[in-house]
Design a protein around this ligand. Structure first.
Ligand SMILES: *Cc1c(COP(=O)(O)O)cnc(C)c1O
Length: 427
């Protein structure tokens, strides 16, 4: 039996219509080298989506492999509920001065959605613990995506076929997404108007990723952050996609010159090695939970694999490598080259509506003349045929190259994309 048939027989893939799984020619990965994935037939694919936005430095990075192996010789996992482990402490110490929250405490989990879920519950209980009534809702943005748990889909703007869950979603205040140039003005007035009912404002700083790489400017984010501050509403930044270098700074919030009360991180935190996420909380938030042992102020929430030692060890080594290899400076250089290549080769194509970019996060929005042509899907399939792994969001082709992608590899990605668009959209 083929690997695809075996896969289909027992695996249920997320965001995938399984009845069409096989005919969409899925890549079945067996191993990897550098920035290439190698499938069960030995075919190679340049990983131009960073394995769905998680990989930062490449696959099988010897230093990261070693960090996992060394931790394996100590312990793979021990619980963080009531007890500690050295790997989690060392990671939290290393992250503390780098995250966009002052003097943070970290609550670890394993997925981005869980980090967001924790932040929501923390913000909610923060007010309750202080006896403040009525601050029980959130302001979230149009087009937002924060993960797939029930809390995070409530913050999310919907779409992706998730409307069926509408009855489960709790209501939130909603201001426009980054596709509306006046999104920040509306957000600021909603914050001013509804502050007494808002526990927190939640946003993806600079880039709304899953919305199709919608981008905004640092000044707009700063204005919204300042409105939160003035109205005494907590600010939660969801850095799950933007964190760990993707936008040309370690966190996108840095570029906005603000600090958040809570920051959610995931995806790139381990360089794409192991599932780990974290919610960072400011002292003001953290201290509102201090009180008598077994008391009501405690945050009664935690996950079995919170602070997994293998994941924390690789995450700490990853953070060191970001500095040792000067990854952020490299991202800026590569982003400039990529912008130039896109301007020359992709933007002028008649089938392209818009190219949006922040750092190494790019959305190429196609302009199909009618619905149902599946240009996004077919363009990515044509790129995969040519050895470049891409995955669309609707008719937006997302380029999310690994942060260490070489100039030649960037040229290859753009060449292949241009050819794929040509074949699908003008062929
Ligand atoms: C991917 C993503 C999430 C969810 O992370 P998972 O690890 O997939 O649960 C949350 N927020 C943003 C901005 C994301 O891009």
């Amino acid at each position: 039996m083929s690997w695809v048939a075996r896969d289909e027989a027992v695996v249920w893939h997320g965001f995938t219509q399984m009845s069409c799984f096989a005919e969409n020619a899925p890549v079945i990965v067996e191993r990897a080298e550098g920035r290439e994935l190698i499938d069960v037939e030995g075919r190679r694919y340049l990983d131009a989506i960073s394995s769905l936005w998680v990989n930062t430095l490449g696959h099988r990075v010897p230093e990261l492999d070693r960090a996992v192996r060394e931790q394996l010789d100590r312990v793979a996992h021990s619980t963080l509920l009531g007890n500690g482990n050295r790997a989690a402490i060392e990671l939290a110490e290393a992250l503390a001065p780098r995250v966009p929250v002052e003097d943070p405490h970290f609550l670890f989990a394993s997925d981005g959605a869980a980090a967001v879920e924790q932040a929501l519950k923390i913000a909610f209980q923060f007010w309750a613990n202080q006896g403040v009534r009525g601050r029980t809702t959130y302001l979230a943005l149009g087009q937002a995506y924060h993960g797939d748990t029930v809390g995070s889909i409530s913050l999310g703007a919907g779409g992706f076929g998730t409307d069926v869950f509408d009855p489960l979603r709790f209501p939130v205040r909603r201001s426009p997404g980054y596709d509306d140039p006046s999104w920040a003005d509306t957000a600021v007035s909603l914050i001013e108007e509804h502050a007494p009912e808002l526990a927190a404002v939640v946003l993806e700083p600079l880039v709304q990723g899953a919305a199709g790489i919608l981008v905004t400017d640092p000044e707009s984010v700063r204005r919204v952050a300042q409105a939160c501050h003035r109205a005494d509403v907590l600010l939660i930044v969801d850095e799950v996609a933007t964190g760990f270098g993707r936008t040309g700074s370690l966190f996108a919030t840095e570029q906005c010159g603000v600090r958040a009360d809570l920051a959610c991180m995931g995806k790139g935190i381990t360089g794409g090695y192991l599932p780990l996420s974290a919610t960072a909380a400011s002292p003001r938030v953290y201290e509102a939970f201090l009180g008598p042992d077994l008391g009501e102020r405690t945050f009664y929430h935690g996950h079995s694999y919170s602070g997994n030692a293998l994941a924390c060890a690789v995450a700490r080594r990853h953070l060191e490598l970001m500095d040792e290899w000067e990854v952020i400076a490299g991202v800026r250089e590569r982003a400039a080259l990529l912008a130039e290549l896109l301007r020359e080769r992709i933007t002028p194509l008649p089938a392209v509506r818009e190219v949006r970019q922040r750092g190494l996060m790019v959305g190429v929005e196609l302009a199909p003349p009618e619905d149902g042509l599946r240009w996004g899907r077919r363009t990515c399939a044509a790129a995969v045929d040519r050895g470049v792994l891409l995955r669309p969001l609707g008719d937006v082709v997302v380029l999310m190259p690994i942060l260490t992608t070489t100039p030649d590899e960037l040229r290859r990605i753009v060449d292949v994309l241009a050819e794929a668009i040509d074949v699908v959209c003008t062929g």
